[in-house]
Design a protein around this ligand. Structure first.
Ligand code: ME8
Length: 523
């Protein structure tokens, strides 16, 4: 068990039936910002992401493409899912594939332990299965189809017909855990967040749980059930275990004890799997439940959940090719309240890029560095104690305040709020420069002490910003850090004392952090 300061954060492992869209990238960036923040705070941090490669959905896609499911998964991982991590600058420590031997072997070990402990039995199941969700559905989960599916019941998420299946399967006695789960939600209100998702989960479990079918016999693309190889493990049971098998479960108990339990960042569409099935599995195995399950909101396009199957999918590169990875990361983390749904629009992205990144932050950095170059030949001036006024004291106080407030917001996973707090410093520094008018101070040698003090304050403020913004816009923060002659890398600077930086010797030239973009081309 970890001592509480360690931070093990995960994303869902994504299905490799298709290439990533900005919804997947959104989850990756959120988890990455949290991981970078904690790493920079000195907390032992581990960030896991990966791919979900078994099950009928992948099998069908591979078959339709005339290749084996493993060959399909290999291709998609190499050509789409791994490259995504570069496209949006993800700092994951590990990448798990459910076809990894470390995973397959230890899923079998876990299952065998549950079997030996009496939590698994054989039974019959008949129900409606949605291959898109890889889940049996209740009638109440289905809606009337439209268009080509008129007259049929379809999955509310995928808008495609479900399949009536009748199988003899192995079942996990999940129903036994309803009471303990409700107790967990009650005693640890933070276990499932945000509140809207928590309420939904509590009301779902309050209605009672049924046992879970955990094997399939009609196809063989999956992990074999260890005591009966005519079955493969149900894909969700297999997938959820990635968080444990990647962390050493079954083969590196020291590592597992160090990392576990995890904070799971997922979309609210799959919160139920993570906040109900997964802790029940862990309870049955006598393992600690996760630290937290956070079900974030959906990116909407035209008012609907964006998805490839509904042809509303947008590839991350469509944005990063024009705006860069920092702008991608900033935009989604800033514009959408983490935990709520948010609509994506090119207009909003372009407007925020221009107003907040280019004019607000980028311009501030360029102007300050240009003035130090012009008025002090690049040497960062020291502040003169007798020339310090209320304006400088206010900036120093804001630096401290926003550092603490941003850290507190991150600990609540309120990423948008952390950025908003940091931006108070961007805005205050811009106002400060406008009011202090260093270009006027420079005209009269009698103001030399004020000029030095103002530019020293601005440079230190920029240093604080570089440190605080590094988890969100790592490229820009690194460039700024170099231009400010910061020692070491910006990622090494302790984030919880970002305001303590005293300034380097000389500034270096700085290219525009967020250059002007011809927006028409992307609209
Ligand atoms: O569910 N808005 O994988 P998946 C925000 N393999 N996030 C979105 C989104 C949108 N419009 N669309 C997708 C699976 N996502 C399983 C997970 S974990 C043990 C197994 C993100 O490829 C969001 O994180 O369908 C969502 O939960 C996830 O992608 C679903 O990815």
């Amino acid at each position: 068990m970890s001592d509480g300061s360690s931070f093990y954060v995960t994303t869902p492992i994504f299905y490799v039936n298709d290439v990533p869209h900005i919804g997947h990238a959104y989850t990756e960036v959120a988890a990455d910002v949290l991981a970078r923040w904690h790493r920079q705070a000195g907390d032992p941090t581990w960030f896991l992401t990966g791919t979900d490669e078994h099950g009928q959905k992948i099998l069908r896609t591979a078959t339709a493409n005339g290749v084996s499911p493993k060959a399909w998964a290999d291709k998609l991982v190499a050509e789409a899912w791994q490259p995504l991590l570069n496209t949006i600058d993800i700092s994951n420590d590990d990448f798990i594939r459910t076809t990894d031997a470390r995973h397959e072997v230890n899923v079998q070990l876990f299952l065998q332990r549950l079997y030996d402990a009496g939590y698994i039995y054989t039974g019959e199941y008949e129900g409606y299965y949605c291959v898109g969700c890889e889940e049996y559905k209740q009638l109440s989960d289905l809606v009337d189809g439209t268009g080509q599916y008129e007259g049929q019941l379809v999955c509310a998420i995928h808008s495609k017909p479900v399949e009536l299946l009748k199988e003899r399967n192995y079942f996990f006695k999940m129903s036994e855990f309803a009471g303990r789960l409700l107790e967990l939600y009650k005693t640890r209100p933070d276990f499932v967040q945000p509140e809207s998702v928590r309420n939904e989960i509590v009301s779902f479990v309050s209605r009672g749980l049924t046992d879970l079918s955990i094997s399939r016999q009609t196809f063989d693309w999956g992990i074999k059930v260890p005591w009966d190889e005519s079955h493969v493990v149900y894909v969700w049971f297999d997938a959820l275990l990635n968080y444990a098998t990647a962390a050493g479960y079954g083969y590196d108990e020291e590592k597992f004890a160090r990392l576990w339990p995890a904070t799971h960042i997922v979309g609210k569409d799959i919160a139920r799997f993570h906040a109900v099935i997964w802790p029940a599995m862990l309870m049955a195995a006598g393992l600690e439940v996760p630290k937290q399950v956070y079900g974030h909101g959906w990116l909407l396009v035209g008012g609907e959940k964006m998805s490839k199957s509904k042809l509303t999918g947008i590839a991350p590169e469509q944005i990063t090719d024009t705006f860069g990875s920092d702008a991608f990361r900033y935009y989604f983390m800033r514009a959408i309240n983490f935990g709520q749904d948010g609509s994506f629009s090119w207009e909003d992205l372009a407007a925020r890029y221009q107003a907040e990144l280019a004019n607000g932050f980028g311009n501030l950095a360029s102007r300050v560095i240009a003035m130090v170059t012009r008025y002090f030949e690049g040497a960062i001036p020291a502040a003169v104690e007798t020339a310090v006024t209320e304006a400088e004291r206010s900036i120093r106080a804001t630096e401290r305040r926003v550092t603490a407030a941003a850290d507190a917001a991150v600990s609540r996973l309120a990423i948008h709020e952390a950025i908003a707090r940091i931006w108070e410093l961007v805005d205050e520094l811009n106002g400060y420069i406008t009011e202090q008018e260093p270009w006027k101070l420079s005209k009269d040698p009698a103001n030399a002490d004020r000029l030095a003090t103002v530019l020293n304050t601005a440079v230190r403020g920029l240093g604080t910003l570089a440190v605080l913004l590094s988890p969100v816009v790592p490229e820009a923060a690194a460039k700024l850090w170099v231009a400010l002659a910061g020692v070491g890398t910006v990622q090494e600077q302790p984030i919880r004392s970002a305001y303590e930086w005293q300034g380097g010797d000389r500034v270096e030239p700085l290219e525009a952090l967020f250059p002007r973009i011809e927006v028409e081309a992307t609209a």
